[in-house]
Design a protein around this ligand. Sequence first.
Ligand SMILES: [Zn+2]
Length: 354
Amino acid sequence: MVINDNGENGLERPVIPARYSRQILFDGIGEAGQSRIIAARVALVGCGALGTVQAALLARAGVGTLRIIDRDFVEESNLQRQILFDEEDVRQLVPKAVAAEKKLRAANSLVQVEGVVEDVNAATIARLLDGFDLIVDGSDNFDVRYLINDYAVKTGTPWVYGACVGSYGLTFPILPGETACLRCVFETAPPPGLSPTCDTAGVLGPIVGVVASLQVAEALKILTGHRERVTRKISVTDVWEGRQSQIDLPPRNPACPCCGRREFPYLEGSLGSDTATLCGRNAVQIRRKDGLRLDLDEVARRLGPVGKVEKNRFLLRADIDACRLTVFADGRAIVSGTTDAAVAKSIYSRYVGT
Ligand SMILES: [Zn+2]
């Protein structure tokens, strides 16, 4: 296989676009590796800080199909670190997945980029991730990560965990059946309130770049078939303290409920909830368990007398009392101005319906 050459010997040979030449020159990738990247299907769960960096690197690297799943819309406070978004996205109330798809199609038209505005939960995960070779974690909470872990272990799909807060972050890859899964490492989530969040500690752009880049490096090794090169360690970085270290991953735990006993409670929906307080935001997300989609025009008509309603084809927004209600076509809503799930549910059922 050669770059931009159909072959002089008359045989049809696949052409690798010249735009990948610097990546192909790198020994670890080569033409064979690039062909595998081009054939690969990667799903990103969450397109916030980590997700925008991951998506940009993966699209430019030439991953054949890149599905970007995110449930949220772009806000001003995202712009400091979420590198795919701009002020116009904030003004237009653009969902993050839609904005990311638009930017990345312009960056690499050879990649099939699909922005999906949905919540990844027990009811949607199989439909959203079916058929993908690799999952990259761009999420911001343990409920979703345990759900991804259940799905990945059950289906044997590799995934790359990543998290950061403040100036600190960590990442490790999970090869189901080969390395420790998320529940071998952290059997349960840290109790709420005990660990710092973006809400309490903020987050720096540079740590996002470091963690997301390390995640994508592991992704490229997995996609190009270099599993032997995958870092089987927990990579820990603090960009403010100037510290980088690697902690040994524990061995797979035969008693692990997920990869040992093959119990998948997050996937079966017996753990996790229908509301989630959003990281870094004074907001609660509500999702419908009935999976009904909403007619946004109809909801807008109902909300008209209550206050000013802004709407585009993806979502509508209304200010109600001290809260701001954002409703998506898939039936979800984000209630900003509260972290109280009961308050958020009450606003949803009063103004959107149950
Ligand atoms: Zn495990």
